[in-house]
Design a protein around this ligand. Structure first.
Ligand code: ZN
Length: 866
């Protein structure tokens, strides 16, 4: 039964009873809009206080059996003249039983809300009891597990509640489930009573928390316990490989403990909640989610392979730091409305750097920061789908639209600038004051600006207006003129790429490359142009990097002289961060069409041959993948393949240890197109040959198997079966078994896999679907799959309607990631041009973002000699 039908039926029944039982309600809230509209939320926040939920759920073993629930909801009400609106929009038919202050009542269900009749409500303390069937959508049920994802406003699709971030409440949760399952929730476990094959677990009442942070997880889970700094930490997981758990567990506990103690010290407030658990789930849809006292992670993000690279280890430390930092930023002090969701994200990431960086003294953190933030934000800010960091939001039903790489990546750059402009101490004191003032409550970005502004010696409000409330980035051009070996002019000009008058105050750290030395100049961009001719102090620069030290944020456009010098001499630059910034500028030139892809490939291969820094090498390889598959046509790839593959083989052989070998080996099987190389890779997979110094794990072999199948090696189907047989872990085995059809060498089978997705019920688990779509549209399959781009776009609205938080954007991104042809660019272009007026604007924006590289690649391909 579909969602709409179920609700329609229930509305009719309930409405009949309601008309008999009560007088007509006063007008204003009789038909609340679908979702959670801002005006409804504002009105409710005025009316309600001291909200407490007592939730009991009975979880059956079978995933399609309904979950019976009971909710006792207590609150203080300021005004009882209007119906009180509760949010509840389940995907299951309901036979609700409702009592308001002990009196059985009917309830009208309108647009995903229950209206509580005013005649039964009281001014002051109220108690509402509801027996209901829980909606399945946000509960992510599978055979032997269930986990909630209530962010941003999904709780209402599972249970009745006031689903808005500024109605914080104390939650007492009890779960009844199969006795062999384990479970966790936000509160500490109070008791667990087993009767027959069922267990009933009660969890302690929480401190006041918003609905999006409420969580419970139950299923076949193992538990590891660690004691750190006198606190017991519990890790729930499903990993069956004992050696993998053993290898990771202590470090995972250490990273959490370190994050907790760092944050307590920085914030000047001890860990603000009662207990600390976390759970690793193989199908969790995001890397992590900061549920109070019960953080959820995607298992792969934390349980690393033996061969994990330095980058992956640092990323894990940052992820843990990020989620733990949310205990203060987000969980203790919560945004009033989701338009400020970026504030909690930026501080979590900002703190994560402070926590994780000192653990990796061998890593260049300024370089890591540049890659994690600038290089992640630029792809959005250079696209036509860019948006300001702070975005307006009318309805929480659309809150998922506010999350993007931009808020995770641009905001930290901007905050680092703010900290530098204010001074570290003043900045920290401002944050402390903000956390103290709003603890266990809500606050807005303006509250934070106020806390910072009183400690700053410049105008934080006007700084915030352009960096936080405006989209895009400034363009900074270098003008460098040298005549007869003498510096004639060195000037920087800031422009508004939209042709307006916007000006972005920021600090520049400019690098001058002068013969054998490198110099840094600091300059604040306060006016649109800076003349540095005198400041260069006798140096005649070969190249100028206005974005030197990865500090400032802009579209930096090189002058001719710098551009030429860097293309030829990049590998010779001593400092890895300078190489990274220089490469980033060359890459932007290629994307903008100023440098042809083939000539950038020559530069790239020359750099890769010599690159010594692991982080820089990883980024170069990632850009190489984009250049290789999207910007070059097959003939160009075949011409360049021998040189590239020899280079990768050489780097693989020379790499000093397994993690570094793994980087080059992965690049090799991702990029190889020559028959000889593919044959050798095949024999490695068959275990007839080995990669010296690199023992392959099960995950490595699975990746390799997938790469081989895409290349249509002989007996691909049998290869897949053997690989599935090699996988011991049941979760990974079922994933690979599921993907078999979309990996098939037969295009008809791949298409049949895709056509099945027309049924929303077949689009689960979303994580697998995204993986499958990326496989379907892999560059090696792109030509055949091009015909499926249009149908995938046509399904977008349906995908959005029925899918989880990021499913629609992931759907687009994985559909388009392998394409670069003018024909597919045209399909997307036409689709965008023909969108109806009422098409969700944020979805259009996302499509512009995810198709940006496709459009650029198509332009480059049209211009390149064929
Ligand atoms: Zn976060």
């Amino acid at each position: 039964m579909t969602r709409m039908k179920a609700l329609g039926l229930c509305r009719w029944n309930l409405l009949a009873v309601w008309l008999l039982a009560t007088a007509p309600a006063s007008a204003q809230t009789a038909t609340p809009a679908p979702g959670v509209a801002h005006d409804l939320a504002r009105a409710r926040a005025q009316l309600l206080s001291n909200v407490r939920y007592e939730l009991s759920l009975s979880l059956p073993a079978a995933k399609d059996q309904p979950i019976d629930g009971n909710m006792v909801l207590r609150f203080v009400l300021a005004d009882r003249t209007r119906p009180l609106v509760l949010d509840f929009e389940p995907d299951r038919p309901q036979a609700l039983r409702l009592k308001v202050n002990g009196v059985p009542a009917a309830s009208d269900s309108v647009n995903g809300h229950l209206l509580l009749p005013p005649v039964l409500l009281r001014r002051g303390e109220n108690e509402v009891e509801i027996a209901f069937t829980a909606g399945d959508g946000p509960l992510n049920r599978s055979e032997d597990q269930l986990f909630t994802v209530f962010v941003p406003a999904q709780a209402r699709k599972a249970i009745p509640c006031f689903d808005q971030p500024d109605l914080k409440a104390r939650w007492s949760i009890a779960l009844e489930h199969p006795a062999q399952w384990s479970s966790l929730s936000n509160g500490a476990e109070l008791d667990r009573v087993v009767a027959g094959d069922r267990a009933r677990v009660r969890f302690a009442a929480t401190k006041p928390i918003p609905t999006y942070l409420v969580s419970f997880v139950a299923g076949a889970l193992r538990v590891e316990t660690g004691v750190r700094d006198g606190r017991t930490l519990r890790m729930f997981h499903r990993e069956t490989d004992a050696a993998k758990v053993q290898r990771n567990r202590d470090e995972i506990f250490d990273l959490h403990a370190r994050s907790l103690s760092f944050m307590a010290k920085y914030a000047g407030i001890p860990y603000p909640f009662d207990k600390f658990d976390f759970v690793l789930l193989p199908t969790f849809p995001f890397p992590g989610m900061e549920h109070v006292g019960a953080i959820a992670y995607n298992a792969d993000a934390l349980m690393l392979e033996d061969s994990a690279t330095q980058k992956e280890r640092l990323w894990r430390a940052r992820l843990i730091g990020h989620e733990v930092a949310h205990s203060w930023f987000g969980n203790l002090v919560t945004m009033r409305w989701f338009d400020d969701v970026w504030t909690k994200e930026v501080y979590a990431s900002f703190m994560a750097s402070k926590i994780a960086d000192p653990l990796f003294p061998e890593v260049r953190h300024d370089l890591a920061f540049f890659y994690d933030n600038h290089e992640r934000a630029y792809p959005i800010d250079r696209s036509q789908g860019t948006h300001p960091i702070r975005q307006p939001l009318q309805n929480l039903a659309d809150a998922a639209d506010l999350y993007s790489d931009l808020i995770y990546a641009k905001a930290p750059v901007v905050m680092r600038q703010l900290e530098a402009l204010m001074g570290e101490r003043a900045f920290r004191d401002g944050l402390r004051a903000y956390l103290r003032k709003h603890r266990y409550a809500n606050a807005t970005w303006d509250d934070l600006v106020a806390a910072l502004a009183s400690r700053a010696r410049f105008d934080v409000r006007s700084w915030s207006r352009v960096w936080i409330d405006e989209p895009g980035r400034p363009r900074i051009r270098t003008e460098l003129r040298v005549a007869d070996g003498r510096l004639d002019a060195l000037r920087l000009t800031e422009e508004d790429p939209q042709g307006g008058q916007r000006h972005w105050p920021q600090q520049l750290r400019i690098t001058l490359i002068c013969a054998s030395t490198q110099r840094t100049l600091h300059a604040d961009v306060r006016v649109a142009g800076i003349d540095l001719t005198r400041a260069s102090d006798g140096c005649v620069p070969d190249a100028v990097l206005a974005g030197g030290q990865g500090w400032a944020y802009a579209d930096f456009q090189f002058d001719e002289r710098s551009s030429r010098y860097l293309a030829e001499n990049l590998p010779a630059l001593e400092d890895p961060l300078t190489r990274a910034v220089a490469w980033s500028g060359l890459w932007e030139s290629m994307l903008a069409g100023r440098v042809p892809p083939q000539s950038l490939l020559s530069t790239l291969l020359a750099v890769l041959r010599k690159e010594r820094d692991e982080q820089v090498a990883s980024q170069l390889l990632s850009d190489l993948g984009t250049l290789w598959w999207r910007f070059l046509v097959p003939e160009q790839r075949h011409l360049a393949a021998p040189e590239l593959e020899t280079l990768l083989m050489q780097r693989l052989a020379d790499a000093p240890d397994a993690p570094r070998k793994s980087v080059w080996f992965t690049a090799l099987h991702s990029l190889a197109v020559s028959a000889d190389t593919v044959d050798w890779l095949h024999s490695v997979w068959k275990r007839d040959a080995a990669v010296a110094g690199l023992p392959l794990t099960e995950a490595d072999e699975t990746r390799l198997a997938r790469a081989l199948v895409r290349r249509d090696v002989v007996e691909s189907k049998e290869l897949l079966d053997v690989q599935i047989g090699r996988i011991a872990n049941p979760d990974r085995k079922s994933r690979m078994t599921y993907l078999r059809d979309v990996l098939s060498p037969d295009p008809r089978e791949r298409e049949a896999w895709f056509r099945e997705l027309a049924d929303p019920a077949k689009r689960k688990p979303e994580d697998w679907i995204i993986d499958g779509l990326a496989e379907l549209h892999h560059p090696l399959r792109a030509e055949v799959s091009a015909a499926l781009v249009q149908p995938a776009l046509e399904m977008l609205l349906d995908v959005r309607r029925h899918g989880g938080t990021f499913f629609d954007s992931d759907w687009m991104a994985s559909t388009l990631h392998g394409h670069g042809s003018p024909a597919v660019a045209e399909i997307v272009h036409r689709y965008l041009a023909g969108l109806p007026q009422d098409f969700p604007p944020k979805l259009r924006e996302r499509l512009l973002q995810s198709s940006d590289l496709l459009q650029r690649a198509a332009r480059a391909r049209s211009n390149s000699p064929q």
